[in-house]
Design a binder for this molecule. Structure first.
Ligand code: OAK
Length: 838
């Protein structure tokens, strides 16, 4: 025991597991190396040091974590349960140091041990338990809920293999299994005592109970155990530490032993493998998932585990489940967890004896649904055959929900039978399917989109009928990102510069960035800003050199960055058309005065998405030609950063001069990378899509490079019969670019390589690249001209940061709390551990 600290009226005793002075941290670090890792410094690997430091930091989270849980339990507070099949929480060490406010002490402590903190932070392998936007949003929201002292549990799946690691071989994406658990995960604690059982398959039967009431029971033909693994999510400089509870599937022991006893060893092992497969691997986005039984098993598994867990927690302090919806707000992160509607109904009726009406009231009160996509192919549906064989009781419940719902529809639209098939939870137009979005809509009290435009399009189009029926359920909740990770952790240089002018309150009150506005006209501040930008660009340039072996110029070249999942609607290939256009201008006139640009790409393509993989190959092939052409003289560089994930993205956002947000209008629900860039002072070139619309409103149209068709123009042009060939044949520069790609200029070894891409553009062009080409090129020319005026560019950059405060995830979470969850903040008191022990 050492320092005695006062906390309110309480005396706290700091010990080796809680103390935060340099000497205590050093001692704790050595202790953990010795006792938790079984190493002493002379034989420790870098990973051992990382683990020892992670345990040292985790110790310092624990009191807050336990105090938070105890506070929630004792006070009957309403808890947000975020249901998400994906969480992309990123590396934890750096973030936890910031939130505990112990970065400098820890830096010194490890330095005194002859180590470098940044090296240790880099050692961490992130849990890639998500694909992209939706999973990262869940992580930002967990951070904000903890920071705002909102009681919350994040429920999800502990995939053994997360999103694949990406390597680039000869320009192609190669997928490598993500073995994130191979060296252990110091941040999680398994809670085997809270294990639950989940049934699958089998059949149902009806019976009369002792009160002669008609009942149904489900007799599954197999069961799987769900074991929770908990990770603390600490808020920024607060005592609240919420829980991310991820479920791992295990085989039930009883079954194993039975088979083992009768000598069927391999049968037992098979069964075990089968059960454990449920949480083996994350499904990549953009793959057709219909018919993938394992995916439906995953969804049901984690939702059932989570609802059972909530019921257990509830009944620990409450007599019955009557007020379940008053004490829990369950948010469905897209439709992946929407089977929860039927599962909660089943648990309430079949297990806890509720009648339909009351169960339905509780269910609707509990759930709310967020939609994250407008792409029709991403709307989930499950064939009745598959659904019924895996979840026979849930199918019955869904039929009954549908029967009652369609009855309402008939009353509401007495003379319109077509409404019945439009609204039905069952798609009967061909093979029969359960429509998960419809289930989510009827089973929830609130439905929201994730940007103004997106919500508008949901109301007009994808969920139009539901909007007409219950307009009061619909709200918009524009996404946000956490400034702790996306500014403080990723961009220490910017953090320092902002704080030197306006103090550090902006970290939790991001709207205060507004106070930077007057400095946009201060030449000294502009200089400092420009220097800061140069510094972070240099940092990225070094990484690129190391990672890709490509030298780029951080001083004079405009960093033009396009990072996100690779998808045709996100139009990375439109960017490529621009690169080739510039290349052609140089080839025609090698002495042309051109603004030097470094085009930086990053992102993964779904393994079976052929066109997306071909786009990656195209980027690298064009890079190969452009980067090595002596006429170019280094004025254009093309870089593809491999294995884009949270860790690798952190140095990227700060270094951008220009952020590419160029999706076809009406396709991107919101985007969140767009926010990270602009917050870090990048200017955006973008379409009026997703949250771009609101970003432009905020930063001012003169500080945003707008191009392209609007969403309604896209639909109009399509309905009038869009013909891409007309654009191709009437635009000489465009024709040249397309002809070069198809003639094999960038694929000399295989001239037809990019034919599928070219054909798709010329004869189909679903995402309207050719229609937007000229507008994009003109806009890029305006970007280049603007970049020549460094002083004004810097001014625009400062104004972008200053006006982006509204895109904090704290703002978004406050809106969810007020408008959807009806949840209040609950401050947590830091109790002394010795006292807490009693
Ligand atoms: C993934 C699978 C199914 C449905 C949606 C997604 C998804 O990742 N959507 C993305 O969600 C982000 C967070 O709301 C948005 O910013 C992206 O625009 C959207 O594509």
């Amino acid at each position: 025991m050492n320092d005695n600290l006062t906390n309110g009226n309480q005396i706290q005793i700091e010990d080796d597991r809680t103390g935060i002075d340099v000497q205590t941290l050093k001692r704790a670090f050595s202790d953990n190396l010795f006792y938790a890792l079984g190493k002493f410094p002379e034989i420790a690997t870098k990973n051992d040091f990382y683990m020892a430091l992670a345990y040292t930091v985790r110790d310092r989270l624990l009191r807050r974590w336990l105090n938070s849980q105890e506070t929630y339990l004792k006070q009957d507070v309403k808890i947000v349960c975020y249901f998400s099949a994906e969480y992309l929480i990123g590396p934890q060490l750096g973030k936890n140091l910031i939130n505990l406010a112990i970065v400098e002490q820890v830096r010194q402590a490890v330095e005194e041990c002859g180590l470098n903190l940044d090296d240790l932070i880099e050692q961490e392998e992130e849990p890639g338990l998500g694909n992209g936007g939706l999973g990262r949003l869940a992580a930002c929201y967990m951070d904000s809920m903890a920071t705002l002292n909102i009681p919350a549990i994040g429920y999800g799946i502990r995939y053994e293999f997360g999103i694949f690691d990406q390597e680039i071989c000869e320009g192609w994406q190669v997928e490598i299994t993500d073995k994130w658990l191979r060296y252990g995960n110091p941040w999680e604690i398994p809670r085997t005592e809270a294990t639950v059982e989940v049934g699958l398959g089998g059949y149902t039967e009806s019976f009369y109970d002792e009160n002669n009431r008609y009942r149904v029971r489900w007799l599954p033909d197999r069961t799987v155990k769900g074991v929770p693994y908990d990770t603390p999510i600490l808020g920024y400089k607060t005592n609240t530490a919420n829980t991310l509870r991820l479920w791992k599937a295990e085989a039930p022991e009883s079954f194993n032993f039975q088979a083992f006893n009768v000598g069927d060893y391999y049968g037992a092992v098979n069964e075990k493998t089968y059960s454990e497969n449920i949480t083996k691997v994350l499904y990549p986005n953009d793959e057709p998932i219909q018919g993938k039984q394992l995916r439906l098993e995953q969804q049901f598994f984690f939702v059932s585990c989570s609802l059972q867990d909530m019921i257990r927690l509830h009944l620990a302090t409450q007599e019955n489940l009557d007020n379940f919806g008053e004490l829990f707000a369950a948010q469905l992160n897209d439709t992946h967890p929407s089977i929860g509607v039927a599962e909660l109904m089943r648990l309430l009726m079949d297990v806890h004896d509720y009648e339909w009406e009351q169960a339905w009231e509780i269910t609707q009160k509990t759930f709310a649904y967020t939609n994250h996509t407008l792409l029709p192919e991403a709307l989930e549906k499950w064939s009745l055959g598959l659904f019924g064989s895996l979840l026979p009781r849930h199918l019955e419940i869904i039929y009954e929900i549908n029967r009652r719902f369609l009855h309402e529809i008939r009353t509401h639209y007495p003379n319109d039978v077509s409404k019945l098939s439009n609204f039905s939870l069952i798609d009967e137009t061909g093979e029969k399917y359960v429509r998960m979005a419809h289930l989510a809509c009827v089973g929830s009290h609130a439905i929201n989109g994730v940007a103004d435009l997106h919500t508008q399009l949901l109301k007009q189009d994808v969920l139009r009928g539901f909007y007409e029926l219950f307009p009061e359920k619909f709200t918009n909740k524009t996404n946000g990102v956490t400034p702790r990770r996306w500014i403080v952790l990723s961009n220490p240089e910017l953090t320092e510069l902002i704080t030197s002018k306006i103090g550090d309150n902006w970290i939790t009150h991001l709207e205060e960035l507004q106070q930077l506005e007057p400095f946009a006209d201060d030449p000294n501040f502009r200089n400092a800003w420009r220097q800061m930008k140069q510094q972070v660009k240099t940092r990225l340039a070094r990484r690129i050199e190391k990672r890709c072996g490509i030298t780029v110029d951080p001083n004079y070249s405009l960093f033009d960055i396009h990072v996100k999942r690779i998808h045709e609607y996100k139009r990375q290939h439109l960017n490529v058309l621009h690169i080739i256009t510039l290349y052609n201008r140089i080839k025609k006139n090698p002495n042309i005065d051109i603004v030097p640009r470094t085009f930086i790409f990053g992102g993964k393509a779904a393994p079976s998405y052929f066109m997306a993989k071909l786009i990656i190959k195209l980027i690298n092939s064009v890079g190969e030609v452009v980067n090595n052409d002596p006429d170019v003289r280094g004025r254009l560089k093309v870089v593809f950063i491999p294995d884009y994930n949270v860790t690798n993205s952190q140095p990227v956002y700060p270094a951008a001069d220009l952020s590419e947000q160029i999706s076809t209008a009406g396709k991107e629900a919101s985007g969140t990378g767009n926010m990270k860039f602009s917050l870090n002072g990048a200017l955006t070139i973008g379409t009026l899509d997703g949250a771009n619309v609101e970003i432009r409103q905020q930063v001012g149209e003169e500080n945003f490079f707008l191009f392209g068709l609007k969403a309604e123009e896209v639909s109009q042009m399509k309905s009038q019969g869009y013909n891409p060939w007309e654009f191709y044949s009437s635009n000489e520069a465009l024709r040249e670019v397309i002809d070069q790609i198809s003639s094999g200029l960038f694929s000399p070894e295989e001239s037809n390589l990019f034919k599928p891409l070219v054909d798709s553009l010329l004869y189909h062009d679903e995402y309207m690249l050719l229609a937007d080409y000229q507008s994009y090129i003109d806009c890029q020319d305006r970007v280049s001209e603007a970049f020549r005026d460094w002083d004004n560019w810097t001014r625009m950059s400062i104004l972008n940061t200053a006006r982006m405060g509204i895109f904090s995830s704290d703002r978004a979470i406050r809106e969810y709390c007020q408008d959807i969850w009806n949840v209040q903040a609950v401050p947590v008191k830091l109790e002394d551990y010795v006292q807490a022990k009693g």
